[in-house]
Design a binder for this molecule. Sequence first.
Ligand SMILES: [Zn+2]
Length: 287
Amino acid sequence: VPELPEVETTARVLQATILGATIVDIDSIDWPRMLPNATVDVARALLTGRTVCSVGRRGKYLLIELLGDVWLVVHRKMSGNVLLLDPGADTPRHTHFRAVLDDGRSLVLEDARKFGRVHVFADGSTMREKIDRRLGPEPLTLDTRGVTRLLAGRSGRIKSLLLDQAVFAGVGNLYADEALWLARIHPLRAADSLSSAERGRLISSLRHVLEAAIGRRGTSLSDYVDALGQAGDNQNYLEAYGRDGQPCSRCGRSIQRIVVGQRGTWHCPRCQRPRPRSFPRTAVVAL
Ligand SMILES: [Zn+2]
């Protein structure tokens, strides 16, 4: 599932490859819900003839800015990939959106599960307003004070809070588990029970795992590849996520899988101790 580092990697690849290219047509939209805020005709009228001037990211949204303050915004959800295809290359089977560029290349959203979405915006302020309404701050720019503000008065489980896009934009299941492992915080701790030292460890750990994953061009466990079709490398460096039964690299105890808010959650039962204000262990279904 693409999270912040995977979307950031895709944005950086596209920033280096499609600036100055002009969209000459869009097609392959075989699934009307792909375009939640426009018809195909409106999207075509808005995008055709526009030149790409920047590519960026906010949370898990890929933001492609076109000249004239027009924006093409892609959210890949569970398994979508944004691919830049060479001229004449075959369009992948599960393509649901394609933008043809003036140099013959094309940019496609390929998504077997059809959860991915393409939004178009006629101006940047509407785009930012829509997206900022859904998303909390970017974790890469948060400090201990920022995280203290975010956690204040929140008695929910820290793992679930990390997955809430309105609190920590761009964090998903994998990087939440990795950050909690690094910070030695149990996933069921009540968010407002963390000490100031723990809050500091949490944000520095979160930033560290995200930055390291960006440096390794993302995590490719099943579907994810970047815009040039290349897998990332971070799956070779995971400490907690998906490692049930394997030894913790810090203490040797077996990593354990529990379920928190219906999400598989991996932690070290020795390094990440529950504290009195944790939710009771019986509230969790162990698989
Ligand atoms: Zn451990």
